[in-house]
Ligand binder design. Structure first.
Ligand SMILES: Cc1ncc(COP(=O)(O)O)c(C=O)c1O
Length: 438
């Protein structure tokens, strides 16, 4: 029996699966290469669930982890820890505006909850504005702030309403499928004005903040249109609530700059960080201004938050990103991959839209470019063909109805030209194979 099959049988017996269930084990990886339990190698175009922004087993991150383990492997949050403080200082140095206080957690959702606590404490309000296709996590608090598609989160908040924070939904900024039926050239960002309406009239206990992803990833790989964050920030300032930018996916050169918000002139009151932050280890954080940094004792916190080994990995990752100017690499390689995808689009029946910021790239597949009917089945087939040809890509969008029709590319941000060419070639081959059968 192959190692993949063996592992499958053992995990079916002992592991509760709650986030998908692919019949394949990943057993080793290096850079953008990953191998399965049967010795097959794949080119990883998604940084292992957009977590390993420097690729598998980056030597400098690995060395920092070893060095930290040689010194001290755990420090309780009640004591001072060198790695924890050094990382907070580094995150603040690199962050926009006056973001200088860091609240650590372990997961993206945990960090969102931290931001929710901080915002409620500072404003006295309880209600948050969130976008209708947003994704902010799967804890009791954050599932209420996340999109609801029966196929994806069936039952997840049924009967759990009593745990959920109050949220006010506003229309998404999805220009390719504008929920308001408008065109970007003439819409004057009408979707942003709903935030104003919600902050004025939508709340029952006082607004506490607006939570928004700068590039909606799970929601369909949709970048906020130019000017959107700026407009929403102005609205937040008028209502004296914080703009909380969820960069769990967008930070650390994923969208180009170190922080995705730095694509804009906006200096938000909070940025939420997760996924890549720990260089592969569990670590997340909210970075905020002094005005939003008060908590009551024991109101929030996790025993393992700011674990020094994860912090050491994060510091090493940030140092590599700065030293090697990976924001510039992400922009350059992202432009290259996007250009190749646009060439592929010319001969494609299925590609309806390509949306890119740095190395955060979505390719939306449709059956008909006029009607924009989602090509969900075809997307599954393209993904399967990619795997068969040795390429790993991801999938999301229009909020995963029938499991989505947007192919995701989010390769390591230190990727080179040859790897980008390889990813594009393998995708072109896989897409052509599926399209030949249509
Ligand atoms: C934008 C965003 N926020 C929050 C989360 C939740 O992160 P985690 O799964 O680590 O709780 C995710 C996860 O995909 C995300 O994409």
């Amino acid at each position: 029996m192959s190692r993949s099959r063996e592992l499958r049988a053992e995990s079916d017996a002992h592991v509760i699966k709650c986030m998908g269930d692919v019949d394949m084990a990943l057993v080793s990886g290096e850079g953008t290469r990953v191998s399965d339990g049967d010795g097959r190698e794949y080119v990883d175009a998604i940084s292992a669930e957009w977590v390993l922004n420097l690729g598998f087993r980056n030597p400098e991150v690995k060395q920092a982890i070893i060095d930290q383990l040689d010194t001290i492997d755990y420090v309780s949050p009640v004591f001072e820890s060198e790695a924890r403080t050094e990382l907070a200082k580094k995150l603040a140095e690199l962050a926009p505006g006056r973001l200088e206080k860091v609240l650590y957690a372990l997961s993206g959702a945990g960090a969102v909850e931290g931001a929710v606590h901080l915002a409620m404490r500072a404003t006295g309000g309880t209600d948050f504005v969130v976008l209708d296709a947003a994704f902010h996590g799967r804890t009791f608090a954050t599932i209420g702030m996340t999109y609801v598609d029966p196929g994806m989160v069936e039952g997840s908040n049924k009967g759990l309403d009593r745990y959920l924070p109050r949220q006010m939904r506003v229309p998404n900024y999805y220009c390719y499928r504008c929920p308001l039926g408008l065109e970007r050239e003439t819409c004057d960002l009408a979707c942003a004005d709903y935030v104003d309406f919600a902050l004025q009239k939508g709340h029952t206990n006082g607004p506490a903040g607006v939570v928004v992803e700068p590039y909606q990833a799970n929601g369909g790989m949709v970048p906020a249109p130019d000017g959107y964050l700026e407009r929403v920030h102005e609205i937040c300032r008028n209502h004296e609530v914080p703009l909380i930018v969820d960069e769990v996916q967008g930070a650390f050169c994923r969208c180009g700059p170190m922080y995705a918000s730095q694509r804009t002139a906006v200096e938000p009151e909070m940025i939420i960080l997760g996924k890549a932050l720990g260089g592969g280890l569990p670590l997340s954080a909210t970075i905020t201004t002094p005005e939003y940094s008060d908590l009551l004792p024991w109101e929030y916190g996790f025993t393992q938050a700011g674990n020094p080994v994860a912090c050491a990995a994060a510091i090493a990752m940030l140092e590599v990103m700065v030293r090697d100017d990976l924001p510039a690499n992400s922009e350059r390689m992202g432009a290259l991959l996007t250009e190749r995808l646009r060439e592929i689009e010319k001969d494609s029946k299925l590609i309806g839209d390509i949306r890119a910021q740095g190395l955060m790239i979505g390719v939306e597949l449709v059956r008909d470019r006029e009607t924009k009917e989602m090509a969900c089945e075809e997307t599954d087939r393209v993904m399967a063909a990619c795997l068969e040809n040795g390429l790993m890509v991801g999938k999301s969008g229009p909020v995963f109805g029938s499991n989505g029709n947007v192919i995701k590319f989010k390769p390591a941000v230190n990727v080179g030209e040859d790897e980008i060419a390889e990813m594009a070639d393998l995708f072109a081959k896989s897409l052509a194979e599926v399209e030949a059968t249509l």
